[in-house]
Write a protein that binds this ligand. Structure first.
Ligand code: NAP
Length: 457
């Protein structure tokens, strides 16, 4: 018998569990730990609330979760409630599938001013992540600046631009919906330090900006490379460029009323919509401006040299009341696990960290790829574990009974999958009209649903 502990119940964790079941069938027991009382990680707190079709992948994880040989162990923080070495003593293999939940920093002056957020915090806020439920973004200014040219920047721009009605059918949490409905934002500037050919936005997500009820995307035609250069791109990037070119053709007119010296680029306005989503390419943020709160962004115009953004010395200011940096993520450290500072993930060689300890998904390779990318990753790590354990399989470690004995002595109040289902039921029952659920945003309320008798006693 093999006993496997997976730390993290997001896509990488569940695909690894699925692979373990396929590989070892009835000769494996898998425990999936999570610091949260609720499973599915990024599916719940990262994927945009208006992308329900992407979230439906959780149903596949449920099939794995309900297998007799797989157990969810929620509300257990590895590194605090139980150490990595204790887990390694209990299980034949420990796989860290902890993702990359922390924001990378811009490293700019003014970054810590109120109303400047990283995307982990901002996305966590509108998705009901308990850690970020209280960040209270202020949307009273008419301009928001988003830094970054990836899919997260697109998610954030779309969420800021949508009307209340456009969130129908989504599971955006009530506190975010109400704050966004009262927002005064009319201009969303997306800063890319490089050019259109260097974006990491995917065509489907970019195309959604063209279908918003009250916002229109705008690209300055002067930023686009000659059409012939698109031929060298892969098919996906050519589609992405098709969208950016159509945003440029859709027009808008230069705003002659722009304050002199405030924003050197032509300010593009939407003639028939309330909100402009402006792509500002070749634009690197250099400072976040403001005294008591953010008042704007100082930007330096760039040009590409060997694919890198190099400042031209030309600077301008964008007045703005909120800044959201969507520039990537880092894995959380765990005591006694070697960390790759540069990559912001665990130090590993093809997923191996040290004997009996592995990593997978974003914790292994950094925050790249789609949810589906984690599936082959999960299957690959199981093959490596199989090779390392050899034909004998298990090493005689106790696995789950050992953990349960330790949890008992330590008073660890863990949440099982069937108990998560009680939280799930309550969230579905609390949903506003048309929404799939209303998430609990406080851990205590989740635990109260999972362990009602403990709370009552
Ligand atoms: P990303 O695709 O790596 O984009 C990060 C962006 O930040 C890049 O444009 C990068 O520019 C820029 N950047 C980094 N450091 C910067 C700095 N100091 N100053 C200015 N700009 C900076 O990451 P992401 O958008 O966070 O997405 C993470 C992953 O999740 C991606 O694989 C993404 O596709 C995936 N995702 C998918 C979906 C979906 O499929 N619907 C939704 C959300 C996220 P450079 O290129 O110049 O470095």
């Amino acid at each position: 018998m093999r006993h496997i502990a997976i730390v993290g119940s997001g896509p990488a964790g569940y695909y690894t569990a699925e692979a373990a079941l396929k590989q070892w069938k009835d000769d494996v027991r898998v425990d999936i730990f999570d610091s949260s009382p609720v499973p599915f990680g990024l599916i719940r707190t990262g994927v945009a609330p208006d992308h329900q079709s992407i979230k439906s992948v959780a149903r596949r994880y449920e099939t794995t979760a309900l297998s007799d040989n797989v157990h969810f162990v929620g509300n257990v923080m590895v590194g605090r409630d139980i150490s990595i070495d204790e887990l390694r003593d209990l299980y034949d293999a420990v796989v860290l599938a902890t993702g990359a939940p922390n924001d990378r920093k811009l490293g700019l002056p003014g970054e810590d001013l109120p109303n400047v957020f990283g995307s982990a915090a901002f996305v966590g806020w509108y998705n009901g992540h308990p850690q970020f439920a209280e960040i209270h973004p202020d949307f009273s200014h008419d301009t928001a600046v988003i830094v970054g040219n990836g899919n997260v920047a697109l998610d954030v721009a779309r969420i800021l631009a949508k009307s209340g009605e456009e969130f129908e059918g989504s599971d955006i949490v009530a506190h975010a919906l109400s704050a966004l409905e009262g927002a005064h934002i009319r201009r969303i500037v997306i800063l890319g330090r490089r050019g259109p050919h260097q974006v990491t936005m995917t065509p489907k997500e970019l195309g959604e900006l063209a279908r918003l009820a009250r916002a229109c995307p705008r690209v300055d035609p002067a930023d686009l490379p000659p059409l012939a250069q698109d031929a060298a791109l892969d098919a996906g990037m050519r589609k992405t460029m098709g969208h950016l070119r159509s945003f440029a053709m859709a027009g808008g007119s230069a705003n002659d009323n722009a304050d002199e010296g405030a924003d050197e680029g032509a300010t593009i306005v939407c003639p028939d919509r309330d909100i402009a989503i402006e792509f500002d390419f070749f634009a690197a943020p250099r400072a976040i401006l403001g005294t008591d709160r953010v008042e704007g962004v100082e930007v330096e115009r760039t040009r590409l040299v060997d694919g890198k953004a190099v400042g031209t010395g030309e600077t301008y200011h964008i007045p703005a009341g909120i800044v959201i940096a969507c520039i990537g993520y880092q894995t959380s450290r765990i005591p006694d696990v070697p960390y790759d500072e540069q990559g912001g993930r665990f130090a590993n060689v093809e997923g191996r960290i040290k004997p009996g300890l592995y990593c997978v998904g974003w914790a292994r390779r950094g925050p790249t790829g789609t949810i589906g990318t984690n599936r082959p990753d999960g299957f690959a790590i199981v093959e490596r574990i199989d090779a390392d354990l050899g034909p004998a399989g298990g090493t005689g470690k106790p696995g789950r009974p050992g953990f349960e004995a330790l949890a008992e002595t330590r008073g660890i109040d863990f949440v099982k999958f069937t108990e998560w289902q009680k939280i799930d039921e309550a969230e579905v029952a609390n949903a506003r009209h048309g929404a799939p659920r209303e998430k609990f945003v406080e851990v205590d309320r989740m635990i109260a649903k999972a362990h009602p008798s403990v709370q009552d006693s």
